[in-house]
Ligand binder design. Sequence first.
Ligand code: ADP
Ligand code: GLC
Length: 486
Amino acid sequence: MDPQRICFVSSEIVPFAKTGGLADVSGALGKYLDKNGVDVRLFMPFYDTIDPAGQDVHVVDFIQNVPIEFGGFTLHFTALTTTLPDSGASVYFIHCDGLYNRGTIYTNDGDEYLRYALLNYATLECCQRMGWQPDIFHCNDWQTGLLPFLLKTRYNWDGLFNNSKTILTIHNIGYQGVFGSEVVEKLRLDEYRHLLPQEDIQSGMINYMKIGLLNCDVITTVSETYAEEIKTEEFGAGMEGILRMRSDRLVGIVNGVDYSEWSPESDPFIPYSFSADDLSGKEKNKEELLKRMGLSYHPDIPVYGIVSRLTGQKGFELLHETLFDILANYEVRFVILGSGEEKYASFFHKAQHHFPSKLCFYDGYSVELSHLIEAGSDCFVMPSRYEPCGLNQIYSLKYGTVPIVRKTGGLADTVQFYEWETQNGTGFVFDDFSAQGLRWAFNYSYETYQNKDAWRKLMLNGMAQNFSWDVQIEKYLMLYRGLSGK
Ligand code: ADP
Ligand code: GLC
């Protein structure tokens, strides 16, 4: 039977480039779609920071120096290709001199609009040159929002794409790719200006996410609760009207986890493996983690871990109001790994300065440490203001690290409130985005930790959860089938 052909476009894909969960999800989807017999081809920029992860990357000889005409200038791109590790899926990198060699994935440079526009144009140009007819273009976040629009406009002459459908997955509606409307001319889209959202054009703007949401066939997002939340003013970031209007086209699918990367039984980054049947390695990892972070270990003192991008989304304001008090009054350890906005980093530095024996902050990005924190902590703290899905709380469950989360988005869908009376549930879930809420959840965790039997049961409840892509991939396959009729 003719396999589904899925063209998957993303700005970051594990193991090549990652700033957050989008990369994990893109890499895992590629791998699991391939495993399910889908002809999936992934497209992303060839950043100079790309880690080829031991894969052989080579130029596609018939896609070299391809010119694309923009408004008054031409860009040339070359496609490079490799396969996704542990998979047969092909990855295509878009190489363009001058655009992706910035030493970082995203930038605040004046041509950010062009860096991601090119990804959309070049993906279509590659399909044309390969004579490859995707059943579905699966786009991800604002960086790929233009693609459904390009198919309806600049590339609508090409019969190759006549039957292609489009999906836009929202991983985070907080980032929309908003630029000045002069970009329309620069992208050589002036003749289609009337098809763009007029309210934006009139106020001198263009919004890639909005264009994608209005022009794709199906919108998905990464949890069921977030799919509901983004239809409201509080969470919709201005897109709620469109999402309500298109709600029959909006689906929430909770992210899966690639347990071949994130399992305490087989994780190569942690010194001691462990499992639900034998938890002894977990305690040793805790000891090791604290040693690495320069903190003293005691079996009765709980360790609270954080691994995060440091941005407003993650709710660290709540820690501003609670952390110092907790550190002053409780025997605890905090191990924090994060990179991002300076104001959050300086807060954690300050906390470390005041409580050097209780808190250690690693300001940066470290895959190895992120795994060790998952393995060696007792609790994982994620008080997000909003969270489309969140992966770290799901990893935590698998590592017997009990999540403390705010009840929002994917956190609400993946962590069940722990009930002391029944000992059912998997974590400490608080409702309101308030310091009192977080404080209550912390107290609850601290008290529960004092009862070793209850704690063990709670850990095992979490470890028994299954968010494998083996399960979640079915939902994408069904969606693809429904859309392409194949
Ligand atoms: P988001 O995509 O909003 O950042 P997720 O929970 O979906 O949140 O995914 C975050 C991913 O990025 C996880 O795989 C996490 O381990 C990783 N991560 C975040 N910050 C760091 C960091 N400083 N060092 C290493 N990994 C990090
Ligand atoms: C985004 C979201 C996060 C989600 C990830 C992958 O970065 O912030 O909640 O898990 O995308 O979908």
